[in-house]
Design a protein around this ligand. Structure first.
Ligand code: AMP
Ligand code: ZN
Length: 485
């Protein structure tokens, strides 16, 4: 499979350490708030990658971490909110313990993933009754369950001379890694200027780019809520160390793919790579793969602080979570998506149209159309060319092949798409079919006429009448789709 490797700065053929098997680590959610659509974009991407790898015949060994402690700020350890850990802050706000905040938001992550048909990191469907209590059985790793491993990794770095200790923390000394800024090409002294404000907060910190491996429960962090004993005193881990510890504990000292959003390139992944080299004497990750932003109309990254929408908010507006999935999967992971209701409407209509075409195929499954299966694989193989794959699906559905074979083939493709097409054909459909309600049929026919004679006022009035009968009508390029309200 070919993917864009951030380190190589080009699309490369993925050559796994072990033939036929891909080991993959996904930077996962920080659980002190309900995921926003930007986060969801990232997880839909990696779900598609996981499913595509399986479809292409790889064994996949995959881990996703859950940051449930010590995430200070996204850019540095002593940032704007200096002195407050985000988990602690939310715990205070909600009047419960940080661990309960984590558990509560892990459950909402599971709810959202389930609704989006995202598979668990271990490749299984997420069971309805799965909660925070058993996530580790499904391939998620919680930072709080790997504190000892983190301490071990820091000790390794310490023994090898990559760290120093101040009264407040244990730091990684970035000057010990000559190519520390390999991702950005920045020189270390250039970064100094940008990060100047945080120098002086810890007067013993040597370099602004040095980052915390272990924070002591002293000074500003005297009141920190979750702490553990360590060789450097009671405290808690820095943010980046969890990924080095959990990745290597489970996937070994060399694994294939590490993913995250492009925001992680300059800091989190630069630091993680430095830690790996410091602790193990060599880079651990073969391919760093990053997803582009979901942005708003002003071209700003959608983020928690900008009040982005969550999945329940979108559902309240009348969308199906799979409309969001369709929107995100139809665009390559390296292309920015500008989020708007129009874009979501487009995805909703396309998904509906696809469902209708699938329903028209009937219930009988024939054999796989090998020509299309091969072309589908080529699209996946080609850096996840999902728009190509969707175009191919349309071509296949329009082809002269039998409905039975088309159905078998599209359901096979759905192993990657994850649009629940199988359920769509079997469940008692919400979709209205002509011939069930005479009055409705007549209104629908009148509306088609009104639209074709461009009498939009009449078409809108007819829509109202249709709604009064308890049905919803949506216009698509394939005509009007009617469903029960
Ligand atoms: P966080 O919980 O902040 O650590 O973010 C979880 C994941 O979502 C990370 O991999 C981020 O890179 C990703 N992410 C956050 N915001 C966006 C966005 N607007 N577009 C795409 N990915 C995002
Ligand atoms: Zn990470």
């Amino acid at each position: 499979m070919k993917l864009y490797s951030t380190l190589d700065k080009k699309i490369v053929e993925i050559q796994p350490n072990k033939e036929g098997e891909i080991s993959m680590y996904n930077c996962g959610p920080t659980v002190y708030y309900r995921m926003h659509l930007g986060n969801i974009r990232a997880y839909v991407n990696w779900d598609i990658l996981h499913r595509a790898l399986l479809y292409l015949g790889y064994q996949v060994k995959r881990v996703m971490n859950i940051t449930d402690v010590g995430h200070m700020t996204s850019t540095d350890d002593f940032g704007d909110d200096f002195g407050t850990d985000k988990m602690d802050k939310q715990a205070e706000k909600e009047g419960i313990q940080p661990i309960d905040i984590a558990n509560k938001y892990i459950d909402t992550v599971l709810d959202d993933f389930r609704a989006l048909d995202i598979i668990a990191p271990n490749g299984k469907e997420i069971p309805n009754d799965l909660t925070h209590e058993k996530v580790s059985e499904f391939g998620w790793t919680r930072a709080t369950e790997y504190i000892n491993q983190m301490i071990e990794v820091v000790k390794r770095m310490e023994e090898r001379g990559f760290t120093y200790e101040t009264k407040q923390a244990i730091y990684f000394d970035v000057t010990k890694i000559p190519d520390y800024n390999i991702f950005t090409g920045q020189k270390l002294d250039e970064k100094k200027v940008g990060a100047r404000e945080d120098v002086g907060i810890d007067p013993e910190k040597r370099n602004p780019a040095d980052f915390v491996l272990w924070m002591k429960k002293v000074g500003k962090y005297d009141n920190h809520l979750m702490n553990w004993p360590s060789p450097w005193g009671e405290g808690f881990p820095g943010w980046h160390i969890e990924c080095s510890a959990m990745g290597t504990s489970i996937l070994g000292e060399r694994f294939d793919i590490h993913t995250g959003g492009v925001d992680h390139i300059p800091v989190h992944h630069s630091n993680e790579r430095a830690q790996n080299i410091g602790a193990f004497g060599h880079p651990v990750v073969k391919y760093w793969i990053h997803n582009e932003w979901l942005v708003n109309k002003e071209d700003e990254k959608i983020s928690k602080s900008k009040g982005a929408d969550s999945l329940p908010e979108i559902v309240k507006l009348g969308y199906d979570p799979l409309d969001i999935r369709y929107l995100f999967l139809s665009v390559n992971y390296r292309t920015k998506i500008s989020f708007s209701m129009e874009a979501l409407d487009g995805a909703k209509n396309s998904r509906k149209a696809l469902l209708n075409k699938v329903r028209e195929l009937g219930q009988e499954k024939g054999k796989l159309l090998e020509k299309y299966v091969e072309a589908f694989k080529d699209d996946l193989d080609n850096n996840l060319n999902m728009s190509g794959a969707l175009a191919l699906i349309n071509e296949m559905l329009k082809s002269e092949n039998s409905s039975e074979d088309k159905l078998a083939t599209i359901l096979d493709f759905d192993r990657v798409l994850g649009l629940n097409l199988n359920q769509a054909i079997s469940e008692d459909s919400q979709e209205y079919k002509e011939g069930q309600n005479e009055e409705l049929d007549s209104l629908l026919r009148q509306r088609i006429e009104a639209k074709s004679s461009k009498d939009y006022l009449k078409a809108d009035a007819l829509r109202k009448e249709i709604e009064e009968l308890g049905f919803k009508v949506i216009d698509t390029s394939q005509g009007q789709i009617v469903s029960k309200n």
